[in-house]
Design a protein. Structure first.
Length: 455
């Protein structure tokens, strides 16, 4: 699964690690069938339909795909574009304020401040809650805070189990002994934390990263809880305040309930429907989802719509790129003269995705766009189209666009779009080097891309 580290030095004993993964798969295919019978069946049907569609789409030549599609009457960043997105079925924008937190130092400093200042509740959902020394220390601080406030923790079962079997790049202190799984810490006495796992029927993961404090302040983006995100990788989170946090709180509550019988019930209603839409759509925030069970592919639809409608620029940064739908739109935008730039990681936790990224870069370069190699691992997921931006947990791969559960936020608020352009893209363009077509292994990258189309 893209986004999980390749095999390396084990964080715990190999036999224990394999046993933990086997237990995780057992929960995915046995426990989830009893805990969430309807969701289990619906997920199976959805995957049976979605996977063949992705295989077909990923292996058709460009000339076999009907070109074009809906185009906004106004470019991204305008009020008319926002109105048009709503007409296309996107969630209504809600009021809220956004702030960027770039890299682990900024984010975890801000997270620590909210952790210490919470007065009523701390809700955390993450894809990976690792078992390294940084994550264990964070878990213990959560337990300490649970003595005074209500603390709830959710993490993806498969993502956490696989990640916990591999050590981070920087070594832990000599006297540190990692637990088999972070649950051993969170559930230990005294003061065990309320903890639930999001299970993985049919290997569908919940890739969401959402932190909510007192139902008033939320963080979302790409960072999990672990050493890589604190100090090793380039990444980003967004701080959200205002009425939008109500939607995020409801989303967390709904997912929390779904982790117990009868589980998630498809079509049970979309959270946030009772929140008043922003009075000024241009400054509204759209909370977008990928959710295969509910048939929600808003992240993909928003990305394709914005790229297709862009007039000036399309800037994207992502660690994993395998979505043919998005790639076709990037190439088409470059061919019509839009300033298309793509930032990819120079080092990666996924060798397959790194090779596949090369094929995407070549196609973009040939169309007149530019591709960059970041000096290290960038795990950051961001898109700017003209004066509109989208950030969140979703990579631009098949898993994030069509399979896994994702959480993104989109806005045309000028201050945020400007800050994202300045502090992320312009800085990363300067620090990265331009990819040249001749440096890409044409054969291996195309083979990797064919496989990665399903990831």
């Amino acid at each position: 699964m893209a986004g999980l580290r390749e095999a390396g030095e084990a964080a715990s004993h190999p036999i224990t690690g394999y046993g933990q993964v086997a237990t995780t798969l057992g929960r995915a295919y046995v426990s989830s069938a009893f805990r969430s019978p309807v969701n289990y069946a619906v997920t199976g049907v959805a995957m049976a339909l979605r996977r063949p569609a992705e295989v077909l789409s990923g292996n058709l030549p460009d000339s076999s795909v009907i070109p074009g599609g809906p185009v906004s009457p106004a470019p991204p960043g305008t009020s008319r574009f926002e109105d048009w997105l709503t007409e296309q079925g996107m969630p209504e924008p809600v009021a809220g304020e956004l702030g960027l937190l770039i890299d682990g130092r900024e984010f975890f400093h801000s997270l620590d401040r909210e952790l210490a200042g919470a007065r009523r509740s701390i809700d955390i959902q993450t894809f990976i809650f690792d078992n390294d020394d940084f994550a264990v220390d964070f878990a213990r601080r959560l337990k300490k805070r649970s003595e005074a406030v209500k603390v709830r923790v959710m993490y993806d079962d498969l993502g956490t189990s696989l990640s916990s079997a591999v050590a981070p790049d920087t070594p832990a202190p000599d006297d540190f002994e990692p637990p088999v799984t972070i649950a051993k810490i969170l559930k230990s006495r005294p003061d065990p934390i309320e903890m639930r796992r999001t299970l993985n029927p049919w290997l569908v993961a919940d890739h969401t990263k959402l932190y909510v404090f007192d139902d008033k302040i939320a963080f979302l983006g790409g960072m999990n809880i672990g050493r890589e995100y604190r100090s090793e990788w380039h990444d980003m989170m967004v701080r959200v305040t205002g009425p939008a946090t109500q939607v995020l709180t409801e989303d967390f509550d709904a997912r929390w309930r779904s982790c117990r019988f009868p589980g998630k019930l498809p079509g049970a209603g979309r959270v946030g429907d009772d929140v008043d839409p922003a009075t000024n759509a241009r400054r509204g925030l759209r909370i977008l989802r990928t959710d295969v069970v509910d048939g929600r592919f808003e992240v993909l639809t928003a990305a394709v719509s914005a790229i297709r409608s862009a007039k000036k620029r399309v800037w994207m940064e992502t660690p994993y790129f395998s979505s043919d739908s998005v790639q076709r739109e990037l190439v088409a935008a470059a061919r019509r003269g839009v300033d298309v730039r793509l930032v990819l990681p120079g080092t990666s936790d996924s060798r397959l995705m790194r090779l596949a990224n090369g094929a995407t870069a070549v196609d973009l370069i040939r169309a007149g766009g530019r591709a960059y190699i970041y000096p290290g691992m960038t795990h950051l997921k961001a898109l700017v189209c003209d004066d509109w931006a989208m950030v969140g947990s979703a990579n631009y791969d098949t898993l994030s666009m069509a399979i896994n559960r994702e959480l993104n936020i989109a806005t045309a608020e000028p201050g945020f779009v400007g800050e994202l352009s300045r502090r992320v893209f312009r800085r990363d363009f300067r620090e990265s080097r331009t990819i040249k077509e001749e440096e890409v292994d044409a054969v291996m990258s195309r083979i990797a891309e064919a496989v990665a189309d399903q990831l």
